[in-house]
Write a protein that binds this ligand. Structure first.
Ligand code: GH3
Ligand code: MG
Ligand code: MG
Ligand code: MG
Length: 304
C-alpha cells in the first residue's frame, strides 16, 4: 500500500485511515487529501504494521472490522510507550453513548459517528493535527539544548541509561567523556558573551558531526561543558583526540588563552566494560576526575 497522494504530500503531516470498507476509506481520503499525506489500511493488523514503518501524526480508526476491532487496535497503540501520545480518532457506525464513552475512556482523542459530514471531519482532523504538531514541538523543546541544538542534559541522562542497558544486554563496552572549554571565562571577558555563545555553537557543531553514527551521542551538559557517549568497541582516546583537534582547527581566536591562542577544549573519558559496569553517576564522576587531570596537566588535551 502506498500513500494515495504521495506526489504533493512530502511536507504534510501523515494521517492513517483504517476502515474495512473501501467506500468509507475513499470518502475520508477525499475529504482530507489536501490537508495531509494519507495512508490507508483495511484492517487492524496492517494499520499496526504501517505505524511501525511510518511517521504518522494522526489515526482515523473504524471500530467494527473483521479480525482485530478498533478498540483492540487503540489499546495496542496506547500500550506502546513509543506511540502512547499518538492521536486516534474513532470514526464509526457505533453511535451509542456507551460505545462513545468506552472509546474516549480508552484514550481516543475524538469520536465521530457515521455517516460522516466531510467538512466536520476535516475541521476536527485539522484541530488534532495542530495539537499533534504542538505536542511534537514541546517534546523537541524539552529534549534539545536551546543554544546549540544538541541533546540537553535531561535527554542525555535518558539516553545514557538506555545505552548502559544496551551495553549490558549485548556485552559491549561503553565510552563516556566530558569536555570543557578552556579559559572560557576569559573568552567571554575579552570578546563578549554573544561571541562566547557563537563559540559554544561552533564547538557543538563539531560534536554533532563527530557523533552521527548509532550509539554515539553528544549533549550539552551545562554551561561550557559537553558530554559524549560512544557505545561498542572503539578507541575512545583516538576519538576524543579527533574531537579536540577539530575544535582547535576551528581557529576561533582566543588571545587571552595561555594555551594556544585559539579556543581549545579539555576532555576526560572512561571506557567501561559491560561486565564491570558502574552506575551512570559513577562513570561521569570518573570522567570528570580525568577531565580535571587534563586541566591540571595544561589543558587542550585528552585523558582516558
Ligand atoms: P577552565 O579552563 O579551567 O575551564 O576555565 P574556564 O574559564 O573555562 O572555567 P570557569 O568554570 O571559571 O568559567 C566557565 C565560563 O563559562 C563562565 C561562564 O560565564 C561561561 N559560560 C557558561 N555558560 C555559558 C553560555 O551559555 N554562554 C557563554 N557565552 N558563556 C557561558
Ligand atoms: Mg467497519
Ligand atoms: Mg566548566
Ligand atoms: Mg572551562
Amino acid at each position: 500500500m502506498t500513500s494515495v497522494n504521495e506526489a504533493t504530500a512530502s511536507r504534510l503531516p501523515t494521517v492513517l485511515i483504517v476502515d474495512d470498507d473501501r467506500v468509507n476509506r475513499a470518502a475520508l481520503a477525499e475529504a482530507l487529501q489536501s490537508d495531509c499525506r494519507l495512508l490507508l489500511a483495511k484492517d487492524g493488523e496492517s494499520a499496526l504494521q504501517r505505524l511501525r514503518e511510518e511517521d504518522v501524526s494522526l489515526v482515523l480508526l473504524d471500530i467494527s472490522m473483521p479480525g482485530m476491532d478498533g478498540y483492540e487496535v487503540l489499546h495496542l497503540i496506547k500500550s506502546d510507550p513509543q506511540r502512547a501520545d499518538l492521536g486516534v480518532i474513532f470514526i464509526t457506525g457505533q453511535a451509542s453513548e456507551a460505545d462513545e464513552e468506552r472509546g474516549l475512556l480508552l484514550g481516543a482523542a475524538d469520536y465521530i459517528t457515521k455517516p460522516v459530514r466531510p467538512t466536520i471531519v476535516r475541521a476536527r482532523v485539522n484541530i488534532h493535527l495542530k495539537l499533534a504538531a504542538q505536542r511534537r514541538e514541546l517534546e523537541r523543546l524539552s529534549r534539545e539544548d536551546w543554544l546549540t541544538g544538541l541533546a540537553n542534559r535531561r535527554s542525555f541522562e535518558e539516553a545514557f541509561a538506555r545505552a548502559i542497558r544496551g551495553a549490558m544486554e549485548h556485552d559491549q563496552p561503553i565510552g563516556v567523556a566530558l569536555l570543557d572549554v578552556d579559559h572560557f571565562k576569559q573568552f567571554n571577558d575579552r570578546y563578549g558573551h554573544a561571541e562566547g555563545d557563537r563559540a559554544l555553537q561552533a564547538v557543538a557543531r563539531v560534536l554533532a558531526e563527530m557523533t552521527g553514527r548509532s550509539g554515539e551521542i553528544a549533549a550539552r551538559y551545562g554551561g561550557e561543558e559537553f558530554v559524549l557517549l560512544k557505545s561498542g568497541p572503539h578507541d575512545l582516546a583516538a576519538f576524543l583526540d579527533e574531537v579536540r583537534t577539530k575544535v582547535t582547527g576551528l581557529g576561533i581566536l582566543h588571545e587571552a588563552s595561555a594555551t594556544a591562542g585559539v579556543l581549545t577544549v579539555s576532555l576526560g573519558g572512561v571506557v567501561a566494560q559491560a561486565a564491570g559496569l558502574d552506575t551512570p553517576a559513577a562513570l561521569l564522576r570518573r570522567a570528570d576526575e580525568l577531565l580535571y587531570t587534563s586541566k591540571r596537566d595544561g589543558r587542550n588535551r585528552v585523558t582516558v
